[in-house]
Write a protein that binds this ligand. Sequence first.
Ligand code: 3PG
Ligand code: MG
Length: 412
Amino acid sequence: MNFLRLSELDLAGKRVFIRADFNVPFNTDGSLADDTRIRATLPAIRHCLDAGAAVMITSHLGRPAEGALTAADSLAPVAAALSALLGRPVPLIQGWTSGHFRVQPGEVVLLENCRGNVGEKADDPRLAARIARFIDIYVNDAFGTAHRKECTLHALALAAPVACAGPLMTAELDALGRALAQPARPLAAIVAGSKVSTKLTILESLADKVDVLVLGGGIANTFLAARGCEVGASLHEPDLLEAARRVERRLAERGGVVWLPEDVVIADRFAADADVRISDAERVPAGWMILDIGPKSRDSLAAVLARAGTIVWNGPVGVFEFDAFAAGTRCLAEAIAASPAYSIAGGGDTLAAIARFGVGERIDYISTGGGAFLEFLEGRELPAVAALRARARPASRRIEPVPQFEHEPEPS
Ligand code: 3PG
Ligand code: MG
């Protein structure tokens, strides 16, 4: 991957601006539900502080209206979490695009929710120019948001004196690139979710790359229906049967296979306490729905994954939130963990499954990206990465001497 990396730069005395992805979930009482994304950015922050930089970090949180942030949109809980993790104060700065705030070398400040700035979502170059005036080095460590073309991800990367990738961004791109560019074979991808329609481009792109495409959830049901199986009342998309057949054909032409369950766990309704049976996947009785893969399928899936060289995992194969339909996803998680294959996983549901079944330590790489992870799998160029690449071209790679603290901070 051709872009400048944070580790290559001399940061002493520099004003370093880090774009992170602190778009984290909260509990109903306002406390943080998961701080993975915050902890994942600590190496970048510590590296800059240790090198003697004056560190500014920002992130978006949610999807607020520009110019109208409310208390619920504030990064205040993130500032508190960061402060606890770093063991030092992390002041939260409002109205920061003026550059009128104080941060000295060896200090770190958090800049309030960047999606509150007018021009952020439109990738406004004027907003980028305003921010670029008070920074020396721009660092993008926000892999989770790399699929958005917004000011602090794209225009600012182009406008800043120097733009580089942080260690999290670098690790994500290395891990995903390694899994898809030169994978140890067989390459198995697990793609599960409710609808083929939302993942059709991913399925088509993977059909050109993988050796085994393991499908789960409503996606698998649509592929079963496309093979002529009776899926009963299972979630599926009758208008996408031809699209499903196209994916199977494309894969078959390359000698690959779509893995589908031979037996399934079915229920008479979508509920934790529904009546449950095991059924042949070819003939689900009318009125019943598939909510998990069956015991024979669990064994066959585990065998496929044991033989894989590389595994890419996105999505559970059953409704694992309900105990009665959790066995398939548990087996999947444990089979990936036990496989000698290089394994990467990403996406919200997948992270929840990894946590529930306690296999996190045994997955080789867990992405912090949801949408960004999926767009990478689709083979799309992520706008934030494209901007870093553009800056890595020889002419723009030279580090211009930037006057230190050219923008005189106002006393706070
Ligand atoms: C995410 O959580 O998927 C990223 O932070 C991107 O957020 P967005 O979907 O609101 O752009
Ligand atoms: Mg999202």
